[in-house]
Design a protein around this ligand. Sequence first.
Ligand SMILES: Nc1nc2c(ncn2[C@@H]2O[C@H](COP(=O)(O)OP(=O)(O)OP(=O)(O)O)[C@@H](O)[C@H]2O)c(=O)[nH]1
Length: 336
Amino acid sequence: MIIPTIPTPEEVLDKGFRRAKKAANKVRSSNIPRQQKSKKTEEARIKTACQVIEESFNMILERVPKIEELHMFYQDYIDVVVGVDELKKSLGALNWAVELLSKFENQYVFKVRRSSPQDASKVRREAFGRIASVVYRIEDELNFLDFAKSKLRNMPTIDFDATTAVIAGFPNVGKSTLLRHITTAEPKVADYPFTTTGIQIGHYERRWQSYQIIDTPGLLDRPVKDMNEIELNAMVALEHLADVILFIFDASETSGYPLESQFRLFEEIKHIFKTPIVCIFNKMDLVERVKYLDEYINKVEDPLLITAAEGTGISEIMDKLEEFNNEKKRRSRTDV
Ligand SMILES: Nc1nc2c(ncn2[C@@H]2O[C@H](COP(=O)(O)OP(=O)(O)OP(=O)(O)O)[C@@H](O)[C@H]2O)c(=O)[nH]1
């Protein structure tokens, strides 16, 4: 998300007062009658200081995207990373400062006009004091916006038009292998604060349709009860993205996780997400279709049996995703 550079109160005031001085010098060297000069000079200083500072804050307010207009995934993402309420509060404080400064501008220009030439500079000093105190009043909010800027610099770039599958399953079950086989290019890895290794996003096109497969190492690969609140919220963010979840079982159990615990994780994810889930049993090259395995395979709807390492079963997954894509298109047509 684009948050522009956030100045400190000192920087804002310095810029405002410096420009005010310049404006004053300009008036001083103009050919206004002498008796009016001191008042006109102070008037220019007050006006310029207020306007320059207002402009700095307005520029920030204009450049930060309206949070409620962002895709729900980004709204949740921002909420998890920095807090939407806090961000809105800080922007609200900037608005408050702009309104007050514009009030000061009118109030003090009027005061200078009504003052004697000798008192004009006193009025201006009073105005500058109040301007400074308003800017310092929002120091915490400026600091927060600066923190948010650095935190939100590398938001993952999501293609919201693509049909999106999010991969889930215990570590070592073959998620990356699958991602590499389905998607053509090297998956892009974006910063994602809930996972230690970043989010991996792979893309591919099929019959002129775009697909996107997302892996979030460290998030959808362990029991939900072990998750903290941030991670649970991150799951909500993912739910806004996923048209479908690909849950990968390691049928061979060579990853070290018994099918029983893998199935428990599947149940948890099914419980949390309202998104449809496609169950994929991987590493079929290492197993016999024994009764024990069949028990699990038969428990789920339309399972796909694959050997990701050899690329076997990948086209069936793509067919399945195409079905979801067609369904999504059909739904969006009837929604219009
Ligand atoms: N025999 C066999 N091995 C596989 C298959 N798919 C993946 N593997 C192996 O399983 C191991 C783990 O695969 P990864 O793709 O790294 O698994 P992952 O789920 O992405 O693991 P994390 O990144 O730790 O979550 C690797 O050594 C793969 O080569 C398969 O179909 N058959």
